[in-house]
Design a protein around this ligand. Structure first.
Ligand SMILES: Cc1cc2nc3c(=O)[nH]c(=O)nc-3n(C[C@H](O)[C@H](O)[C@H](O)COP(=O)(O)OP(=O)(O)OC[C@H]3O[C@@H](n4cnc5c(N)ncnc54)[C@H](O)[C@@H]3O)c2cc1C
Length: 422
């Protein structure tokens, strides 16, 4: 079944891009995610893992660089096209979406730095990589600090008493990094680069953060073991350790904590709209599973689709997909076109889409009955993945609190304050 896209503004090119992304999600992502999800974490990253072939195919088609502009070798898509592609990929596998998104973290750091040296060294090679060999990850959270990293507006945020443990000290023309990042750093087991958040001004607590690109093959960098999670089992994650790691000063592209607040807002605007699109794809996948099952399963002498209560439940699921799509597209169209972005819109899209996707995954299992719980059907995976999305990139509660803070901080807005990007 093809889910109709009712957006009358889609051009022929948009529709062609959507079709291609769907073919990739269906023919490459889903089978790879299924296969990877059955392997142990160690086997997933072994030399003979299907991960490498998946990455190669994704990079060849440019799906590792969906949000990058053409000038640096990215896909050069419009914001609407980005949203469309990310939704299709989310339909394929939310775990592999995160894997590909994390792979570009250091390259995104280079892009945000606007430093030609970093663009040359990191961003352009990543975007033009066709074999999957250049892979980054984004290390923010620490064993002792998860939601703390999103404490914008909280009284503790600029207190020296609560601060990140992973820190960097300037020594001549090098920064020296020490500390540990949490076990949840997506893609870290296979990453050769990292964008890492570091304490650079201890007197300012969490507000005293800088951001650096760290190649993970330099002395002092090491990794923990990959581990198993409830959902997104195709996604590898592990800790990162930094033991007096020395990087050239310019790799610390955000070296002044005064910029952390606007940087953090921009990151939230970007991350959240992306996860919202992935979750939309998941919500749609759950709806489609349930919708087609209703055409096959007979109970009470008639197809499920003929029962009133099933029709009602299916309609609620459909409404949730449309809500997710409307909100996530709107957030990408807005924050993909302006600078600085409005994080509250992306956070609204992420928190709503992930919650509705979880409800759809739950309802899909209800409609499939015991089949829905069986690994023979896709619904049980969607349910597990949807649960992870409620924590990935910040829990719903934490993000809502941050979104509320931004809302009060920045209103009223004026049209003049919106800067369109080139
Ligand atoms: C699939 C997935 C991918 C991830 N990828 C990455 C990655 O690539 N890089 C990375 O750095 N991290 C990553 N993470 C980590 C993720 O960002 C954190 O798990 C998330 O921010 C929550 O932190 P935590 O797990 O430490 O929970 P905690 O912060 O310990 O929260 C536990 C509970 O307490 C609540 N809580 C916390 N603080 C407060 C407060 N101040 N007031 C009230 N309630 C509060 C929370 O809402 C939650 O319910 C990933 C996580 C997942 C699940």
């Amino acid at each position: 079944m093809r889910y109709l896209d009712i957006d009358l503004n889609l051009s022929k090119e948009d529709i062609a891009i959507q079709r291609e992304a769907h073919e990739f999600a269906k023919g490459v992502m889903r089978p790879a995610a299924e296969e990877l999800g059955r392997l142990t974490p160690e086997k997933q990253i072994a030399d003979d893992s299907p991960l490498w072939d998946f990455l190669k195919q994704a990079y060849q088609l440019g799906y590792h660089a969906v949000i990058f502009p053409e000038e640096v070798g990215g896909m050069g898509l419009t914001p609407l096209q980005q949203a469309i592609v990310m939704e299709e990929m989310g339909w394929g596998s939310n775990g592999l979406c995160i894997q590909l998104g994390a792979a570009g973290a250091h390259a995104l750091g280079g892009l945000m730095s606007m430093n030609p040296e970093l663009l040359e060294e990191f961003t352009i090679p990543f975007c033009n990589c066709k074999d999957g060999s250049i892979r980054g990850c984004w290390a923010v959270t620490e064993p002792d600090h998860g939601s703390d990293t999103l404490g914008f507006g909280e009284s503790f945020f600029d207190s020296p008493e609560i601060r990140p443990n992973c820190r960097a000290i300037l020594d001549g023309n090098e920064w020296v990094i020490s500390g540990q990042k949490s076990a949840w750093v997506s893609g870290a087991p296979v990453a050769n680069h990292c964008l890492v958040h570091l304490q650079i001004d201890p007197d300012r607590g969490f507000a005293g953060i800088g951001a650096a690109i760290v190649p993970l093959d330099i002395p002092g960098c090491s990794k923990g073991k990959p581990h198993e999670m409830l959902g997104m089992r195709e996604l590898n994650q592990c800790e990162l350790y930094f033991d007096d790691v020395r990087i050239p000063a310019h790799y610390m592209f955000m070296d002044n904590a005064d910029y952390y607040f606007p940087f953090g807002k921009q990151i939230l605007a970007g991350f959240n709209m992306t996860v919202a699109c992935f979750a939309t794809g998941l919500a749609r996948a759950a709806f489609e599973e349930a919708f087609s099952y209703c055409h096959e399963r007979v109970q009470g002498g008639k197809l499920l689709k003929e029962h009133y209560s099933v029709k009602r439940r299916i309609f609620e699921m459909f409404s949730r997909v449309e809500t997710c799509r409307a909100l996530s597209r709107r957030a990408v169209e807005l924050n993909g076109s302006i600078f600085p972005g409005f994080p509250e819109y992306s956070i609204a899209a992420k928190t709503v889409a992930t919650e509705l996707a979880f409800q759809n995954a739950h309802d899909a299992i209800t409609i499939l009955g015991a089949n829905g719980l069986s690994t023979e059907y896709h619904t049980e995976k969607l349910f597990r993945d949807a649960r992870e999305n409620l924590i990935a990139d910040g829990t719903t509660e934490t993000l809502q609190k941050v979104g509320g803070h931004f809302l009060f901080e920045t209103y009223p807005r004026t049209r003049e304050s919106i800067n369109r990007m080139g």
